[in-house]
Write a protein that binds this ligand. Structure first.
Ligand code: SAM
Length: 199
């Protein structure tokens, strides 16, 4: 395990038990973002970096009982909090790194990733791995329940031009990983970039 992944695990292990209590009003924002992913009944979806599984109820509602939902996270404590919250009723939960997913190529219809990309030490490679497991034409949502400026203010930092979620950086990053960005929104109350898996 690299130091980067150990740092991520330590950071989120310390926050896991309180994660949902810190952000109690985010549910509608997750539901709205999932609605934009264009899921259909029976679809197979990965929640990448699912944390405590806050997106799982909306994902389940979108794909119905015949759909398949897998939540993957690196941090065991976040997955334990997901189980404590009953989110395992809405999907399978698996401890894994998005750098190397134990999934067949082209086996999924979509990936939802909330709050993940900023924590990846190799975002290009990891987005490529997400593309590997999605069928051509499948979709990706990179979401955060507040926009970049609001998040930076909350964290007491400035946004720099190098921020990989800035549109001029994110579009080529996605393209190099097999995704074509189809929409981009960076507003006070949400960040949402949608992309389609290229053939
Ligand atoms: C900001 S939290 C967001 C959690 C959840 N998606 C949400 O919206 O509440 C980021 C999550 O990504 C996970 N994570 C970070 N790097 C990861 C990786 N390489 N593979 C899998 N999960 C990762 C962390 O453990 C953490 O739970």
């Amino acid at each position: 395990m690299t130091d980067d992944r150990t740092d991520v695990q330590e950071f989120f292990t310390a926050r896991a038990a309180d994660w949902d209590r810190r952000f109690p009003d985010d549910g509608p924002a997750y539901a709205a973002a999932v609605a934009e992913l264009g899921l259909r009944e029976g679809d197979r979806v990965l929640d990448a970096g699912c944390g405590t599984g806050r997106a799982l109820p909306s994902l389940r509602a979108a794909v119905g009982a015949s759909g398949v939902i897998l939540g993957v996270d690196l941090t065991a404590a976040m997955l334990e909090a997901a189980v404590d919250a009953g989110r395992d009723r809405d999907g399978w939960l698996l401890r894994a790194d998005v750098a190397a997913l134990p999934l067949r190529s082209r086996s999924l219809d979509a990936v939802f990733a909330a709050g993940l990309i900023a924590h990846l030490s190799r975002p290009g490679e990891n987005l490529r791995e997400l593309a590997r497991v999605v069928r051509p034409g499948g979709t990706l949502a990179l979401f955060h329940p507040i926009g970049r400026a609001a998040l930076a203010a909350r964290q007491g930092r400035q946004i720099t031009p190098e921020d990989l979620r800035a549109e001029p950086n994110l579009r080529p990053l996605l393209a190099g990983a097999g995704w074509r960005m189809t929409s981009y929104a960076d507003e006070d109350n949400r960040f949402l970039a949608l992309a389609v898996r290229e053939d």
